[in-house]
Design a protein around this ligand. Structure first.
Ligand SMILES: *[C@@H]1O[C@H](CO)[C@@H](O)[C@H](O)[C@H]1NC(C)=O
Ligand SMILES: *[C@@H]1O[C@H](CO)[C@@H](O)[C@H](O)[C@H]1NC(C)=O
Ligand SMILES: *[C@@H]1O[C@H](CO)[C@@H](O)[C@H](O)[C@H]1NC(C)=O
Ligand SMILES: *[C@@H]1O[C@H](CO)[C@@H](O)[C@H](O)[C@H]1NC(C)=O
Length: 482
């Protein structure tokens, strides 16, 4: 269900694609600032309250300070999200979920949402041909299916108020891959997004084949092969300049095809290779989730390291691009540009794996999970509602291990930790001691057996060994004194 917004810092996303239930974008509802529809279209049944599904409650918004990097005070719809649009929203009870509490939480099904279903995210390379086809079809169907419930705002709030024409339909894919909606779209509650293990080193894009994310075209090294359905996809959000000059926010208009040239950035040799397995292991060992200034310049921060602004061992270095960032830049095209990257379907797999690493980190470091309460970039304080998602959900609510809390788990193996020099020395010392001990025992046994055969030499042995001898202890003792 989650794109880990904690980890996806769309730094320049001043143009937020605010997403709201279509039912809440009529002039009346916008004016009331109350988005609490009934799941069954009943009057006076906000959030399915009559069936105990949920309640319409005031939205709590974080008031703590943003990080110092934030320049747009008073102009940005993300401030105290989503209060500029709505002050009341549904809070669902039990396993009910959604903007009107009409759905089940991820990982549950049935009329009362009380039947658990296994949702397991697997390595996309381990899918068999049938599973691969099913996944590719699901992505393509999502790209073409209008989202049943949600629309996006394509203007800022001050222009929107009372003007319903500026909300637009979006497809499930463009709405940003919340896997929950894939399962609903497919009618398969066990549907799980797979992941791309990008920590394989080398300059080969292993998932860039026609049965997965599309091979390279033989006619244009920057294009996807026409045997892949993804060669027909068109990107949205391409005209960044319009957003700046016209003040419009990225809308759902589609433009040019996806560009991709894995390992093709000859100007930046550093991004021509994927992260190494030991990079993943190194970042998993970092102890602190985040460190001041909670930004892309943080050092010894797991968050900044997995994002890829630090060396994998956590040391901040402005020229380094690693892990998540490196996997993006490696694609050298649509998937490598922050505002466009979700248009390349590899985005989904890349982020599922980033999430998998995050989930493994949470599992390994249950004691050191101090998510910043304040001074994080706008939208990222612990109790801030994650922008632009609806229904409102805080970063803290998503800062939890997936298997116990979010209704899905990962099937993944993690690289073994490389052996450190200290460990090599320790092992060498232990081995040396063991060899000495063996030589000592062997020598002793040899001498003992000789002692059996030659009483004349017995006096050369120490007292301690003589005690085990069959001979008279007294005589041995007297001999040993010699
Ligand atoms: C509604 O929005 C459109 C597009 O921004 C604008 O042209 C129009 O004037 C607005 N109408 C009202 C009543 O504000
Ligand atoms: C948006 O989608 C809904 C439901 O499919 C449809 O009723 C409506 O006409 C669409 N609106 C636009 C502007 O396409
Ligand atoms: C959508 O965005 C494109 C590119 O910025 C722009 O040309 C077009 O007019 C926009 N459409 C609407 C309906 O705002
Ligand atoms: C792709 O690589 C080329 C050649 O090095 C470079 O000029 C271009 O900026 C890169 N494009 C992206 C989107 O990374």
């Amino acid at each position: 269900m989650r794109i880990h917004a904690v980890l996806v810092l769309f730094c320049c996303a001043f143009a937020v694609r605010a997403q709201f239930p279509r039912e809440c974008t009529s002039a009346d509802v916008l004016r009331s600032a109350r988005c609490c529809p009934s799941p069954f279209g009943r009057a006076n049944d906000p959030c399915g309250a009559s069936l105990g599904r949920g309640q319409c409650v005031p939205v709590q918004a974080d008031t703590r300070a943003h990080g110092p990097q934030y320049p747009h005070v008073g102009q940005d719809d993300r401030e105290r999200w989503p209060l500029r649009f709505f002050t009341s929203a549904c809070r669902c009870t039990g396993n009910f979920y959604g903007y009107n509490c009409g759905r089940c939480k991820h990982g549950f099904t049935g009329a009362n949402c009380d039947t658990p279903v296994p949702v397991v995210r697997r390595n996309v390379m381990s899918l068999n041909p049938t599973e691969r086809r099913a996944f590719i079809n699901a992505l393509d169907q999502a790209k073409r299916t209008i989202h049943p419930d949600l629309v996006i705002a394509t203007r800022r709030y001050e222009e929107i108020f009372g003007n319903i024409t500026i909300f637009e339909n979006i497809t499930i894919y463009n709405f940003f891959v919340w896997s929950h909606y894939y399962s609903d779209m497919l009618g398969d509650p066990t549907f799980a997004l797979p992941y791309w293990n990008f920590g394989i080193g080398g300059n080969q894009c292993d998932i860039c084949t026609d049965d997965l994310m599309g091979a390279r075209s033989s006619f244009d090294e920057n294009a996807i092969s026409s045997n892949s359905i993804f060669s027909q996809w068109r990107v949205v959000c391409e005209s960044v300049d319009d957003y700046d000059t016209l003040g419009t926010i990225c809308n759902s208009t589609e433009s040019s095809p996806i560009r991709r040239n894995p390992a093709g950035n000859v100007d930046r040799p550093m991004v021509q290779k994927l992260p190494e397995p030991q990079d993943i292991e190194a970042c998993l060992q970092l102890i602190t989730f985040d460190t001041p200034p909670f930004y892309s310049t943080s050092t010894d921060s797991f968050r900044n390291t997995i994002e890829g602004y630090s060396s994998p061992d956590g040391t901040y270095d402005p020229v380094v691009r690693s892990l998540h960032n490196l996997a993006h830049l490696f694609l050298n095209g649509t998937g490598g540009q922050t505002h466009l990257s979700p248009n390349d379907p590899i985005f989904v797999l890349l982020h599922t794996y980033t999430d998998a690493i995050f989930d493994e980190w949470l599992r390994r470091h249950p004691e050191s999970q101090n998510y910043p309460l304040e001074n994080a970039p706008i939208g990222h304080n612990r109790n801030y509602n994650m922008v632009p998602f609806w229904p409102p959900i805080t970063n803290a609510e998503m800062f939890v291990p997936a298997p116990e809390n979010l209704g899905y788990s990962y099937e993944a193996t993690w690289p073994a930790r490389p052996i450190t020099l200290t460990e090599i020395i320790t092992i060498a010392v232990i081995v040396a001691l063991v060899i000495v001990a063996i030589i000592f025992v062997a020598t002793t046994c040899a001498m003992r057996s000789r002692a059996h055969n030659s009483e004349s030499r017995q006096h050369l042995l120490g007292e301690q060994y003589q005690r085990y001898d069959d001979h008279d202890a007294h005589s041995s003792k007297s001999q040993s004194v010699v």
